[in-house]
Design a protein around this ligand. Structure first.
Ligand code: IPE
Ligand code: IPE
Ligand code: MG
Length: 224
């Protein structure tokens, strides 16, 4: 049976959930946060050490300002009210993506990272203003700057995910089969699960089902 160290999730389908329920897209985002909490709990229960959540992509800036503002307000409220709880649960929070936000959001993110830095139970990598292509370009530039060789080891070393094992599995909810600029380098050998359910409808049972399937996959890594 395969072990799991790292699960990565593209949490897609919030907007459609809101519309489907004849409410706003933003209500879907709010509802999606409940799934985040459920999935964190289930991840700890399964003794998984890393959970990477795609929350906002470099392309998501194209959305209406009203939706973007709502998302960042939601993030702010969430962190302010939950960070001490995350800390108690021994969760370490790391932001992957460029911290180019309004000052109050940036400071909150830095503070949340600092406050939880020593925790070892579960590391949550929150992908915010994250884009895999920009991350790779950043890594290559660091290599040039430091006059290093552009080999696999060095490329990985300068990514935001440095020192984090590559995801064993990637889940995308929302019935869409694409990667949307997420962890392109890191998922070279991940097992990929596309889930029909919209993110707010995704639950522990669905998550366990995927984990169970994953555990029984024959992973070859090129071998036979
Ligand atoms: C994913 O849900 C969350 C973010 C991108 C912030 P969407 O907002 O993309 O939901 P759909 O895909 O439009 O339903
Ligand atoms: C991917 O979802 C980004 C996040 C879940 C944060 P999108 O909804 O932005 O992806 P596309 O644009 O439909 O590919
Ligand atoms: Mg979407």
């Amino acid at each position: 049976m395969n072990s799991i160290k790292h699960v990565a999730i593209i949490m897609d389908g919030n907007g459609r959930w809101g519309t489907k329920h004849k409410k706003s897209r933003n209500l879907g985002h709010k509802e999606g946060l409940k799934t985040v909490e459920k999935v964190i709990k289930a991840t700890i229960k399964n003794k998984i050490k890393y959970l990477t959540l795609y929350a906002f992509s470099t392309e998501n800036w194209k959305r209406p300002k009203k939706e973007i503002n709502f998302l960042f307000n939601l993030l702010e409220t969430f962190l302010k009210s939950k960070i001490s709880d995350l800390n108690k649960q021994k969760i370490k929070l790391k932001i992957i993506g460029k911290k180019r936000f309004p000052k109050k959001i940036n400071s909150l993110l830095y503070k949340s990272e600092k406050d939880t830095f020593k925790n070892k139970k579960l590391q949550i990598n929150l992908a915010l203003n994250y884009g895999s292509k920009s991350e790779l370009a950043y890594s290559f530039n660091q290599i040039i700057k430091n006059k290093k060789k552009a080999n696999e080891k060095n490329i990985s070393k300068y990514l935001f995910t440095q020192n984090i094992p590559d995801p064993d599995l990637l889940i995308r909810t929302g019935d869409t089969q694409r990667l949307s600029n997420f962890l392109l380098w890191q998922i070279a050998y991940s097992e990929i699960f596309f889930e029909k359910k919209l993110w707010p409808d995704f639950n522990e049972k669905d998550y366990y089902k995927i984990i169970k399937k994953y555990k029984n996959i024959k992973r070859n890594f090129g071998n036979i």
